[in-house]
Structures are given as structure tokens and as C-alpha cells.
Design a protein around this ligand. Structure first.
Ligand code: TRP
Length: 450
């Protein structure tokens, strides 16, 4: 393979792309953010809207991003420059790079918690404790401030280290084995959770929809969560698409990634809600919902000590494969457009993410001064990036593919210049051109302005 090496890295094997893209998609968004959003948005009704979003909007946006990326072999900014020179379209790319940067800044806060929880579980510091004590420990942890920032530094350092080494060796190797392992452990946890006393109510909360709960806020939250979880709307999959080879099948890649990501999210719901209801954690508990409920489940399990360690290690790795994809977008932009050395770009992006990100961590202390528009800096960054920037990016991306790139180039790309059948391509293009832009625009309006 060495003689094939060009100046741009690529994914080596088919499973490599799927693993890397799934690695980007599967992360704290599934296991931490999804249950929080579902709990705050009325339960099962949210799940239904979420599934519709994933199927009708997520999949088309994902395909659009992969098409743009593979066609141009570029970072998001360069991609739009190539496809629409001398136009305003590269702004979508800039928006994406900025958004990736913001997500990296607050995502690394929560990612840092996973490291704290690995240390806690190794030290056996949950066992035999009541919920109230575990909850207090979580609050105390945030109140130190510095401990949060310390783990955030460690996590960004780990991310930088992998990206520093380049795409192929960096990303592919880690995600292949570990994500299926995460799935296995979630299944085991889910079984324990639904068999806890009083779990039924939680199952109903997750699966029995109350349609009257669907409001504009639920719609926009589900849209934001769908894009967040699938890593859409800011060019992460444009960047990953740019590393995909010409003979790989984009449609099956998109399908596998979407399916596995959604499966993990639903499983996380099955783990969290039955147990939360059983222990008396409120579904609206937010940050503590996942981080307090999970140790409590392990407390009720044979071998819980070991499972708990393994779980948080896997969660940290799932988060890592996601932060890698976020950092990768920023680094690809800095190195290709601004011509920085890849290594310089990585160090610069990490330092900047830390500088901004530490305010997200410090904003979780009780009585924090870091508040923006009535929200903590952490929540503000999350809200602006996930509920505004990602849907806006997704909207512009489908409009671009549907109206500017056009049908024939889109067909060319998803059928590998006619070599693949791509049976439903007309339907998919119809959705990209009409349905997706209209639906996203309506949800946007309903969620933010109505
Ligand atoms: N999808 C990841 C998760 O669920 C987070 C993430 C990684 C992301 N890359 C992204 C979100 C790009 C939006 C855009 O944890």
C-alpha cells in the first residue's frame, strides 16, 4: 500500500469507514444527551419525533454530506469552494468549522467526567452508597471546578494525540472492536434495569407516547438531538466522506451508521429510564440523570464493580472517537485552507478549544459567574450549537445538494458513476430537494420563533 500513499490520508477498508463514521456518531450524544433530552421533552413522544427526524431528515442530510465530501476530497470550507466557486456557499463550511469548535469545547467537559468516573469506579467509590450520596458527590465534583477542568485538559490532550497521528492509524484502529463491546454492555445493563422493582413506569415513560406533549420545543429539540447524535450539520461527515474511496457504497455506509447510532440511543433509554424510575431519579434531572443512575444500577448487579469500570472506559472511548471527528474538521480546515502543518493545526485547535471550553466546565459550579442569556455557558454553547447551528447547517446542506449540486451529480456519486444500482435514489433526491428543507425550516420556525 505504501506506494499508493498520496498526500491525503484515507480510510483503508470498508469496515474502517463505517467504524470511523459510527465512532463519530456514537458517543455522549447517545448515552448522555439523548436521555437528558428525552427526559426533558416528555418521554415517548420525543422518541417518536426523534425517530422520524432520523429517518426522514438525518439520513438524507448524512448522504448529502458524504456526497459533498467524497466528490471534493476536501474539508467543509474547501468542499464548497470547489463545488461553488466565487459564491457565498463556503460560509456553510465556515459555520461548520465554528460549530465543531464550540461542540468540542463543551463536549470535552462531559467527556472529562467519564475519566473522573473511571477513577471513581476503580476506587470502588459508589458501592453501598445511597442515591442521595451519589448525587451529592456529583455536585461536589462540579463545585471543585478545577477537577472538571483537569479532566477536560486530559481529554482534549488524548483527542489531540490521536488526531496528531493522522486519520488512518488514528481513528480506524480504535473504533472497530470497542463500539460493539459497548453495545453488549448496554444490553446487559438494560436487562438489569428493566428487571428492577418499579421499572415498569420507566418503560412506559420511554415507549408509551402522549401526543399532546409534542410542541415546537419538542420538535426543535428532537431535530437538534438527531443531528447532534448523527454528527450532522457541521461538516464532520463531509470531512470523513472526503477520506472515503471512490468504490465504497455511500448509501450502505449512511444506513449502517444511522442504524447503529439509533440502536445505541434507544438502548441507552432502556438502560436509564426504568432504573431512574426505580431509584427515584426524576427524568428531568438533566446532568445527573445518567451519571447518577448508572452507578446505582451497577450497585445492584453481580460483578457490578468490574462492569462499572468497563462501562466508563468504553464510554470514554466512545466520547473520544466523537471528539476526534470534531477536532478533525477543525484541523482539516486549518491545514488545508490556511496551510498550517497538520501538527501545528492540531496543537492550536486543542489549545483554543481548552481556552473556551474551560468556561463551560467552570459554569457548572453552584453560583457560577459564567452565565449567558439566563443559561450557564455550558448550556448556552450546547443550545446554540445543537439547536441552531446544526439544523441551520443541515438545512443549507440539503438545499445545496438539492438545488445547486443537482440530481445528476448526486446520482453519479451515490451510484459510483453508475456502477451501483442505488435503487431508491430518486426518492432520496426528492426528499433532499423538497421535503427535508421544508421540514427543517418549519421545525426551526416552530421551535425558535412561534
Ligand atoms: N455525534 C456525537 C455524539 O453523539 C457528537 C459529535 C461528534 C458531533 N461529531 C459531531 C455532533 C459533529 C455534531 C456534529 O456524541
Amino acid at each position: 500500500m505504501a506506494e499508493e500513499k498520496k498526500n491525503r490520508d484515507g480510510f483503508g477498508s470498508k469496515i474502517g469507514i463505517i467504524a470511523a463514521a459510527a465512532g463519530s456518531a456514537i458517543g455522549l450524544g447517545n448515552i448522555y444527551r439523548f436521555p437528558c433530552e428525552l427526559g426533558n421533552n416528555g418521554g415517548a413522544a420525543f422518541l417518536l419525533v426523534y425517530l422520524a427526524v432520523v429517518l426522514f431528515l438525518g439520513l438524507p442530510v448524512m448522504l448529502s454530506e458524504l456526497v459533498i465530501g467524497r466528490r471534493t476530497q476536501s474539508n467543509p470550507v474547501g468542499a464548497f469552494k470547489k463545488l461553488a466557486p466565487k459564491s457565498a456557499w463556503p460560509v456553510v463550511g465556515y459555520l461548520g468549522v465554528l460549530c465543531g469548535f464550540i461542540i468540542l469545547a463543551f463536549y470535552s467537559t462531559v467527556a472529562g467526567w467519564t475519566l473522573e468516573y473511571i477513577v471513581k469506579s476503580v476506587g470502588n467509590s459508589f458501592s453501598g452508597k445511597d442515591l442521595s450520596v451519589i448525587e451529592q458527590d456529583f455536585v461536589d465534583f462540579h463545585n471543585t471546578g478545577w477537577r472538571n477542568v483537569m479532566w477536560q485538559v486530559v481529554f482534549i490532550f488524548l483527542t489531540g494525540f490521536v488526531v496528531f497521528k493522522g486519520v488512518q492509524n488514528g481513528i480506524e484502529r480504535y473504533s472497530k472492536i470497542l463500539m460493539p463491546l459497548l453495545l453488549v454492555i448496554l444490553v446487559i445493563l438494560g436487562i438489569r434495569s428493566v428487571t428492577l422493582p418499579g421499572a415498569k413506569e420507566g418503560v412506559a415513560f420511554l415507549f408509551r407516547p402522549d401526543f399532546s406533549k409534542i410542541t415546537g420545543k419538542v420538535l426543535i429539540s428532537a431535530l437538534g438531538q438527531g443531528f447532534f447524535s448523527l454528527s450532522l450539520g457541521m461538516g464532520a461527515l463531509i470531512t470523513y466522506g472526503s477520506y472515503i474511496k471512490k468504490n465504497d457504497n455511500l448509501t450502505t455506509t449512511a444506513l449502517s451508521v444511522t442504524l447503529s447510532d439509533t440502536l445505541i440511543a434507544i438502548l441507552a433509554g432502556v438502560v436509564i429510564f426504568p432504573a431512574a424510575f426505580s431509584f427515584g431519579v426524576k427524568p428531568t434531572a438533566g446532568m445527573g440523570l445518567v451519571f447518577n443512575t448508572i452507578p446505582m444500577i451497577f450497585n445492584q448487579m453481580v460483578g457490578g464493580y468490574w462492569f462499572c469500570i468497563i462501562f466508563f472506559v468504553l464510554l470514554a472511548i466512545a466520547a473520544l472517537t466523537s471528539t476526534i471527528s470534531l477536532l478533525e474538521v477543525v484541523v482539516a480546515y486549518l491545514s488545508e485552507e490556511l496551510r498550517l502543518k497538520r501538527q501545528t493545526a492540531t496543537v492550536l485547535a486543542c489549545l483554543l478549544a481548552l481556552l473556551v471550553g474551560c468556561f463551560a466546565s467552570l459554569s457548572l459550579k453552584e453560583g457560577t459567574p459564567f452565565v449567558l442569556g439566563g443559561r450557564t455557558v455550558f448550556d448556552a454553547m450546547d443550545f446554540v450549537s445543537s439547536n441552531i447551528m446544526l439544523p441551520l447547517g443541515g438545512l443549507l446542506i440539503v438545499i445545496f445538494v438539492g438545488w445547486k449540486l443537482g440530481k445528476s451529480k448526486f446520482f453519479d456519486e451515490i451510484s459510483n458513476e453508475g456502477k451501483l444500482k442505488a435503487p431508491v435514489k430518486s426518492l432520496v433526491f426528492f426528499i433532499i430537494r423538497y421535503l427535508a428543507p421544508i421540514a427543517i425550516a418549519i421545525i426551526f420556525y416552530e421551535g425558535l420563533f412561534a
